[in-house]
Write a new protein. Structure first.
Ligand code: DHK
Length: 154
């Protein structure tokens, strides 16, 4: 966790399975940044934007679903890289469908340049926006977008 949710607009940044291995995991696809590096980038940008962030990772689908449910209490926006659950999880789609806050779907790689099974996302239908293929920078761009959306009350 980077900072407790506070009076500043709060953004929950959720990461799914295998993203804890970033830096060692297929660097040609996912880059050399570790998840800790990405958290640091997000913390730096969030401070500039006046956002409080909470940054989490899990390898467990149910835990990810619970965290999405919990976002109803206190979060103003969400960045979600659900990893492989993006392509498989109806449970995640159902949990996201209940949320009334902007969700930006992020992927480090561009799934549309990869295997066909990565072309389907259960997150995209309920995401406000999707950023993919830009590596760690995608998380920073998502924070920029959320800051504006939250500011506009959208
Ligand atoms: C991360 C994963 O773990 C994959 O399962 C997705 C995504 C792509 C990413 O690029 O961040 O297919």
């Amino acid at each position: 966790m980077t900072a407790p949710l506070s009076e500043q607009p709060a953004v929950l940044i959720l990461n799914g399975p295998n993203l804890n291995l970033l830096g060692r995991r297929e660097p040609a696809i996912y880059g050399t940044d570790t998840l800790g590096d990405i958290e640091d980038l997000c913390a730096e940008r969030a401070e500039t934007l006046g956002l409080a962030i909470e940054f989490r990772q899990t390898n467990h689908e149910g835990e990810l679903v619970t965290w999405v449910q919990d976002a109803r209490d206190g979060a103003d926006g969400m960045i979600l890289n659900a990893g492989a659950y993006t392509h498989t999880s109806v449970a995640l789609l159902d949990a996201l469908s209940v949320l009334d806050l902007p969700v930006i779907e992020v992927h480090l790689s561009n799934p549309y340049r990869r295997e066909a099974f990565r072309h389907r996302s259960f997150v995209s239908p309920v995401a406000r926006g999707v950023i993919c293929g830009l590596g760690a920078q995608g998380y920073v761009l998502a924070l920029d977008a959320l800051a504006r959306l939250i500011d506009l009350g959208e």
